[in-house]
Structure formats: structure tokens, C-alpha cells
Design a protein around this ligand. Sequence first.
Ligand code: ZN
Length: 219
Amino acid sequence: MSDDFLDFGEIEVKPKYRERYKGVSGEKHRISIVYPKPDENGKQGGPFVMRSTHYSDKYFFCKEGICCEKLGPAKNRLACIVVQYKTKKDGSLIKKEGEAIPFDYEVKEWVFTDTKFNQLKALHNEWNLKDHDILVTLKGTEQYQDLEFVPCRESIWQLKPEFKEAIYKESEPMRKNLTNALGQDLSTDEIKELLGLDVAQAGEVIAGEEDLNDILAEV
Ligand SMILES: [Zn+2]
């Protein structure tokens, strides 16, 4: 066989960043937090992933070392998957008459920090957000994503098994890469490089007493 020369039709380039959920000025959204699909035994995990992160040109995971020394304490970022129903500006659903899934929707990643998590947690304690959609309005500018949440009576995507299956079909593959939405997992050297610090040449530096002991033990 010849080398891997591919034609247009054989290559599918996926966009690097999926569209994430965001509150939009002047719009009322209806969303729902999607928990993982239960396994054969009915066991179901929680919906969130969380990482301790820093920001310097991009988000990356804290390694509790030079990153904190140079950038200050790390901040938690969380992500989950949501269904965003297509709605009119007042938050009411756009119905698709006569179709198997009678509403239009998108499955998206949603990334936020501690503050919003605590806001959701307070709501969850009263309303169990596993079983209730949420109406979202944006206060202020889109940049700050200061959101107001109001629980709905039901969760539309969970009303029928066929709706659930349609959502799981999209959400489950996305779940495997969800931590990527929180930042990059850089090595210590990569962090140093990002922060413009000298990266030790291999073999040049003995990092600590442990390394020294290792070497002496080999003599
Ligand atoms: Zn750190």
C-alpha cells in the first residue's frame, strides 16, 4: 500500500474548541445539567469534573510548585455537560411538531468557577437539579457571566426514554474529554517555559537530596 495520502473526503478536521454554553445578554435560556448515563446496575456518577488551575495566556493545571510561586494560589474550575434547548427569547421552547424528538437542542460543555458552583449547589439543595431544567438569565455583561438561575418544574429531556437516549448519544462521548475544557495538563518544564523561566538542561541539575541519595546508592 502507498503512503497515507488522503483525499478531501477522507479527512475530517474537528474544530479545536467546541462551542461552550454561555449566558447571552437579553436572552432567557433553558438548560439542564446532564448526569452520566447510569451503568447496567443503575449506578450513576456525578456530573462535574474539577481541576485546580492557573491562567497565563491559557489555563493549565496546578502542579503545586513553581506555578503557585509565580502566579499565586490556584483557582478551581469546574465543567459539566448541559443540554441547551432552542428557545424563543422569553425562554419558551421552540416545538418541532410531529418529530420523534419534538424539541431542538444542543449539547454543550459548561465551564465555571467556585462562585457559580456554590450558586448551583444552593439551588440543587432545594430543587435537585438532576430532575429539573434551569432557566438562565444574564445580569450585566457577557464577559462576567453573572447568571441568575430559576428551576423549572420538570426536565424535558428526561421525560421519555427516547429523548434520554438521543441526549446520551451526544453527551457520553463528550464526557471523556471534559477535563480538557478546564485547561492543559502541562509538565513542570512546560510550565516554566510558559512563564519564561529557565528550564534546567537534562542531566545538569540534581534537584534534591533524594536524587543525590539515589546516585550515591548506585556508586
Ligand atoms: Zn500551582
